[in-house]
Design a protein around this ligand. Structure first.
Ligand code: THG
Length: 388
């Protein structure tokens, strides 16, 4: 494998072992993306389940997929990022209730990262919000049932708003050359979009939204397809336009997201994780005049301070050759001090790196912790995120 030689110090085995080896049963209960057939033809090798839908996680060549994201351009089927539409006169009123973020000054065409908390102040999702029309807001959600949550709130309060899942499925184009592919497809205007900025448009009659966003720090766009039946057409069109830039398939990337410190709801969080522990303070507007779910609890939490925090880890020992299948226990001074949710050898950092939730005691003391790996104990230094 020529590509893996670029990453000095490690062999291709590191990447090969990143692929899980279990078969998924394909049936009617778990939903398929509109890009599913195209993904399979492109060599889909592994999938997980997210928002009741198959989520591609590997095309069988992790070294090539990482390299494309860092140095080229990759296309990802991220239709699992389902939209929850809030449509009607009370759309904004409902959105305000759902998130602690201050939504003043929301404009059509600009997205926002909007954590959602429950009444106890625990985080239950971290969507991107898009105001697509005067009376229509989409929440582009992570893996939890926000449609049920939002419709229960709207129904209980008798708000004048419909809450439903529209026919919308994002296809991400990520990497330093994504901007070239997307401007070849849509025009030079895409270069002027701000981060999370978007425009409603079409491509050869395929209705979609073009947004500057995506779950990586390598830059890129997301095409929100608005007609399920055109999934294979859109996939083919992007693959064609990407040819001069050597585009290839990929997925939300395990290594890059750790390097970039991006939060994976459900992997990094548990049922009690609060936004302050995740370092989301700037998104939690406790002093706004509007009420929102979790306000009282969050005010109390802010006052009490946090006892654990989402941090990075540099882990001693030889290069990790497997990814963790479960959270790894962290201990400090012989006591439980949290968990590492994901760790890997990073070719760019040149170290084993991880992310996880750790007690503030070792952070404040600037001391190392012990990580309980499947094959034994390793020492780790706690460092701020992101790594790069
Ligand atoms: N794209 C779309 N929807 C999504 C995701 C996505 N929904 C679920 C999940 N991903 C949402 N989670 C995130 C988490 C982080 C970011 C985007 C989506 C992100 N954060 C930047 C950061 O951390 O630096 C910027 C946040 C900010 O400052 O506003 O990009 O990927 N459609």
């Amino acid at each position: 494998m020529a590509l893996s030689r670029r990453f000095s110090g490690i062999g291709s085995s590191v990447f090969e072992r990143l692929v899980m080896a279990v078969q998924l049963s394909i049936g009617a209960r778990v939903r398929k993306s509109p890009f599913f057939q195209s993904s399979c033809k492109a060599g889909l090798a592994a999938a997980s389940v997210y928002n009741h839908m198959y989520m591609p996680t590997s095309y069988g060549d992790p070294a090539a997929e990482y390299d494309r994201l860092i140095n080229g351009v990759a296309m990802w089927d991220v239709a699992v990022e389902r939209q929850v539409a809030l449509k009607g006169p009370d759309a904004l009123a409902l959105a305000r209730l759902l998130t602690p973020r201050n939504l003043d000054g929301l404009v059509i065409g600009q997205g926002k990262y909007v954590p959602i908390c429950n009444h106890s102040g625990a985080i239950i999702n971290d969507p991107v919000l898009l105001q697509v029309a005067e009376d229509e807001i989409w929440l582009s959600i992570a893996d939890s049932d926000i449609q049920l949550w939002a419709s229960a709130v709207a129904g209980t309060l008798k708000l004048d708003v419909d809450v439903y899942e529209p026919d919308v499925s994002p296809l991400a184009i990520q990497g330093p050359k994504a901007v070239d592919v997307v401007s070849d497809l849509f025009g030079e205007w895409v270069r002027e979009l701000k981060y999370f900025g978007f425009r409603v448009t079409e491509l050869d009659g395929i209705p979609l939204v073009v947004a500057r966003s995506g779950w990586s720090k390598q830059g890129g766009y997301e095409l929100y397809l608005r007609d399920f039946s055109r999934g294979d057409d859109l996939w083919a069109r992007v693959a064609e336009a990407g040819k001069p830039y050597d585009i290839g398939p990929g997925t939300p990337n395990y290594i890059e997201r750790i390097e970039s410190g991006l939060i994976s709801y459900g992997a990094d969080t548990d049922s009690r994780t609060n936004p302050f522990e995740l370092g989301m303070d700037k998104f939690i507007a406790l002093d706004q005049p509007h009420d929102f779910i979790g306000k009282e609890a969050l005010i109390a939490m802010k006052k009490a301070g946090i006892s654990r925090r989402f941090m990075g880890f540099i882990i001693d020992g030889p290069a990790l050759v497997t990814t963790n299948e479960d959270r790894l226990l962290i201990s400090f001074d012989g006591e439980n001090a949290g968990y590492v949710s994901a760790c890997v050898y990073s070719p760019r950092v040149g170290e084993n790196i991880g992310v996880g939730m750790v007690s503030t005691t070792p952070i404040d003391k600037g001391q190392s912790v012990t990580i309980h790996m499947a094959d034994g104990l390793r020492s780790a230094r706690i460092v701020p995120l992101p790594f790069l």
